[in-house]
Design a protein around this ligand. Sequence first.
Ligand code: NI
Length: 281
Amino acid sequence: MMKEETKVWSAEGLIDSHAHYFDSRFGGEGDHSADEILSREVFGAGIAAAVNVATNPENALACIRQAQVYSGLYAAVGIHPEDCKALGDADEEIERIRVLADTPEKRKKNKIIAIGEIGLDYYWEPYDKARQAEFFEKQMLLAKELGLPVIIHDREAHGDCFETVLRHPDVTGVFHSFSGSAEMARELCRRGWYISFSGVLTFRNARKVREVAQVVPSDRILVETDCPYLSPEPFRGRLNHSGRMVFTAAALAEARGTDYQTVVSQTSENACVLFGLPDKV
Ligand code: NI
């Protein structure tokens, strides 16, 4: 009987535009610890760089501390629309983010390359639209002030997210794990935005995301894990890490009718341009 040939893709050179290595699911002992995974499965497997994305002022500190340990790990700091629920006054909370990144020296020392993740989430009820909008709006202004790109979380809030970014033409960045329409993706790209694809692209029911993957120009595509969440097939539901992004990159190549290595070089080059990473990370 013929054995079906299994393709082996190399993680070499890939850049993960969105990861959460401070998440408590990486807090386990041995195999599941963030340090073990980062040294063995991520940088040990050839991943060139990863952006460690904070979701509130507290985990922003953990996120920076980890980035300072690994040369390929960078930090994004910001307040997620879900996290703003449990926080205090918006100006005070955002000030805690601003002080981490308000001088070039601090940005360099803390390895901060973006404001994120910020945005709107109308999926998890109950949500407070006005409060989410206040945090989003004020962090867009912060990004403009600091001259940093943003990482946008948009869940079930496409219209309001699009409308908000249109009001801030001086700020661009990436829509992470994009779930909007192909039409919205096209419009964002025309305005200088990037679209990032996660493991969702490998799911059987991801027809809409595959459509998006077909229309986004090659200088606008990024790949990500959103780890520990959104593991691609065949690891769906399990602990995710940047090494598993090979399956996402392969799905992106297939959807775009191009080869795997082309997707690796395009997405990594785009990540370097957007986040101002050194050419040879
Ligand atoms: Ni995330």
